[in-house]
Design a binder for this molecule. Sequence first.
Ligand code: NAD
Ligand code: IPM
Ligand code: MN
Length: 349
Amino acid sequence: SRVVKLAVIPGDGIGPEVIAEAVKVLDAVTAGSDVSFEKTPFSLGAGRFLETGDTLTDDDLDAIKAHDAILLGAVGGTPGDPRLKDANIERGLLLKLRFELDHYVNLRPSKLYPGQPGPLAEPGDIDFVVVREGTEGPYVGNGGSIRRGTPAEVANETSVNTAYGVERVVRYAFELAERRSKKLTLVHKTNVLVNAGSLWQRLVNEVAAEHPEVAVDYLHVDAATIFLVTNPSRFDVIVTDNLFGDILTDLAGAVTGGIGLAASGNINPSGASPSMFEPVHGSAPDIAGSGKADPTAAIGSIALLLDHLGLREEADRVTRAIESDISERGSAPRTTVEIGDAIAARLQA
Ligand code: NAD
Ligand code: IPM
Ligand code: MN
């Protein structure tokens, strides 16, 4: 029998609420099978910072690295909370994990499930994956600021794009396109960001030559937001940089029925460090504690986790349970726990 060591970081706000349901579903799908998950909880996030002043210590990081995979809810407090202004939980915790663990593939599938209502009158068949670069781009920051707080303040952010970093994520995206509908769209802003844009375009062209069956096209990011709303079924695999991918995937979540359904994986394909699975959404302080958070995104992240670990059958069962729950969702609102229970119950059946 196989034992998987899973680090669990529930985090802040609705994070612990949706993670409780995700763990419930993980337990249900592995009940009676020969794989079991040994879960270690980590208390990290804005809550921990306010109590202890720590964001992510070296000891935390070492302990997390000793696991096979990570499940994360959401971290971060209420935007604008003055008590958190020096902490930057997002950079010091979430991005630190992605960078330190070299999660260069931020995998964000978008699918409109049958029966799922959404904002588009004629959505068509929406089923695409955004392969968002996870370790570079404007997220590297470090541009520095000078004369801070004066009228002459200069604030810079550095976008780092290395040939190494771009090529590896582009290769991953092409391999994924080969296994899907063999269509890949590069999204960038090559008309303005000419240095980074040219590097991305050249590497896509180079790797495309090795994948003659994959149809490749290109969209500027502003135009891509139009097509995500007017014709989302045109997309199969989108490859893009860290910031564009962040923005496009919140929009993709919205057009496929809501951010409460959007799952993601932060993947290090080499296996050199544990990959991390989390909903695309944040800690949603506006609904925390109300039972309104939809745990489906967190549960979908369990499916991605299982698939990453090679547990395909278990992953498919979770996906099917989500699909059938969605197809039979009525219009009456359900609580976080009711949705988790309903999906878990479909796995026992
Ligand atoms: P958010 O995703 O937390 O919330 C945006 C909107 O979506 C809110 O109205 C919220 O109620 C709603 N929403 C989010 N998840 C939902 C769910 N599961 N079910 C139903 N509705 C849901 O984004 P925000 O308000 O910009 O950020 C709040 C905090 O979370 C910030 O501190 C931010 O930095 C952090 N954040 C963390 C992560 C992460 O940990 N991966 C991701 C995004 C934002
Ligand atoms: C996400 C979040 C993070 C990001 C923030 C909280 C750092 O928005 O996971 O999409 O920008 O990547
Ligand atoms: Mn985001």
